[in-house]
Ligand binder design. Structure first.
Ligand SMILES: Cc1cc2nc3c(=O)[nH]c(=O)nc-3n(C[C@H](O)[C@H](O)[C@H](O)COP(=O)(O)OP(=O)(O)OC[C@H]3O[C@@H](n4cnc5c(N)ncnc54)[C@H](O)[C@@H]3O)c2cc1C
Length: 383
């Protein structure tokens, strides 16, 4: 007989009470009333309450978030869509989860680096107090730690790109606290200065304690790669594939996870592809890379928004979402980062270019994400 599971029993009981309450609350659902009493009780509109904010160096903070009833869990490496109300408008951004997957109700963590010119991240880092309720979406992304993990892993990150890797490392520690030899992980990380290196103390402590983990850091504003204290010195070069090979000579034998700025990821992807190792490389981008720099000579393409009867010229560096908005089309949108698929629109004809990869794609009738695609030919969208 299976052991008595109180939380499972309570969950089923709650579900039965909720379904019995539907007739009382129609036309609204019971969930709508629960959400009014406490946003964390709503399963339809998942939310989380910030229970702590921990500074991480000068420009970043870790937010500890207790998820409410609608949270369905995550895998190490996935990211969390977060809806933040600023001046009455909800802005959606995505942040990698830095906490290992846990039981329902276990607090989650995200670590946010303030972009000085950004709208949301400086507020999250400096002005959002504990107790604030944020809307959250389901965890997403396929940049995840396999279970079981491969025997040899290489992780490469720069700046805030360390966050999904930190989620994976904390998960590995939970699964394999001290076992020597399995898995074997090398982490190469760059940050402008030691102070700006997120999780530095924890990573150095892990490297000292765990025989299976090696950590090498490079500070681009102080000195070249080292494992000790920083000294003032001329700026170091940014990390390149040649550096990675030098720091991790058995890179070919490892499955690699890389997260950082577009230039680093593009160089790594090219190098791994030329070595025939594309299938062993996993990358995550926080920012889009326009394939054509602003002001490039690529001509604009004509875009027709068929139902609205509006026409516009599409700049090759500008997402169709922005082109439509600027032309006055009521464009649907969500995260504006290619994550939530809230901006999908059927393509009637023409081709689009993915601003993240440069790939030209799209067949008539297929839905395209307007927030991460631009026109690659004259085209029409069904809106
Ligand atoms: C999968 C994923 C995971 C992520 N994980 C993390 C994480 O763990 N930690 C983290 O810190 N970040 C993470 N990010 C990045 C994060 O989602 C935000 O993009 C980041 O915090 C900046 O948001 P913001 O609102 O402050 O900036 P935004 O207001 O979105 O602005 C971003 C930048 O664009 C520029 N900009 C904005 N509008 C314009 C315009 N009209 N013209 C020209 N320039 C403009 C701004 O100057 C700014 O530099 C992740 C992103 C993705 C896609």
């Amino acid at each position: 007989m299976p052991p008595f599971a109180p939380s499972l029993f309570a969950g089923r009981l709650t579900d039965r009470i909720l379904s019995a309450a539907v007739w009382l609350t129609t036309p609204l659902g019971p969930d709508d009333y629960f959400g009014l009493v406490d946003p964390l009780l709503s399963a339809r509109h998942p939310a989380g309450r910030i229970v702590a904010v921990r500074p991480e160096g000068p420009d970043a903070a870790t937010l500890v978030i207790r998820p409410g009833r609608g949270w369905a869990g995550h895998r190490a490496g996935q990211y969390l869509p977060v809806g933040v109300e600023l001046d009455g408008v909800r802005h959606w951004r995505t942040y990698s989860l830095t906490s290992p997957p846990g039981r329902p109700g276990t607090p989650l963590t995200i670590t946010v680096k303030a972009d000085p010119r950004g709208r949301v991240s400086p507020r999250l880092v400096r002005h959002i107090p504990p107790g604030t309720v944020l809307r959250i979406g389901p965890a997403q992304g396929d940049f995840v730690l396999p279970d079981p993990p491969p025997h040899r892993m290489l992780m490469v990150s720069a700046g805030s790109g360390i966050t999904p890797l930190m989620g994976m490392l904390r998960t590995l520690i939970r699964r394999h606290p001290r076992q020597p030899g399995r898995p074997n992980v090398v982490l190469l990380h760059t940050a402008p200065t030691p102070q700006e290196c997120l999780f530095r103390a924890e990573l150095r402590d892990m490297a000292a304690r765990l025989p299976w983990f090696r950590f090498r850091e490079r500070h681009t504003r102080t000195q070249a790669s080292h494992a000790g204290a920083a000294e003032e010195a001329p700026p170091a070069r940014r990390l390149t594939p040649a550096d990675i090979i030098g720091l991790c000579p058995d890179w070919r034998a490892r499955d690699t996870w890389a997260c950082g700025p577009p230039g680093l990821l593009a160089a790594i992807e090219e190098h791994w592809a030329s070595a025939g190792l594309t299938t062993r490389l996993h990358t995550e981008r926080f920012r889009l890379t326009p394939p054509c720099p602003p002001g490039s000579s690529t001509p604009a393409d004509h875009v027709r928004f068929a139902r609205s009867g509006i026409e516009a010229e599409s700049d090759p560096t500008v997402p169709l979402l922005v082109t439509g908005e600027q032309a006055g089309v009521p464009m649907p949108y969500g995260c504006r980062r290619g994550v939530c698929f809230g901006c999908l629109l059927p393509l009637l004809h023409g081709r689009v270019r993915d601003l993240r990869t440069g790939e030209v794609h799209g067949e008539p009738g297929t839905p395209i994400q307007s927030c991460v695609n631009t026109a690659a030919s004259p085209l029409a969208l069904d809106i």
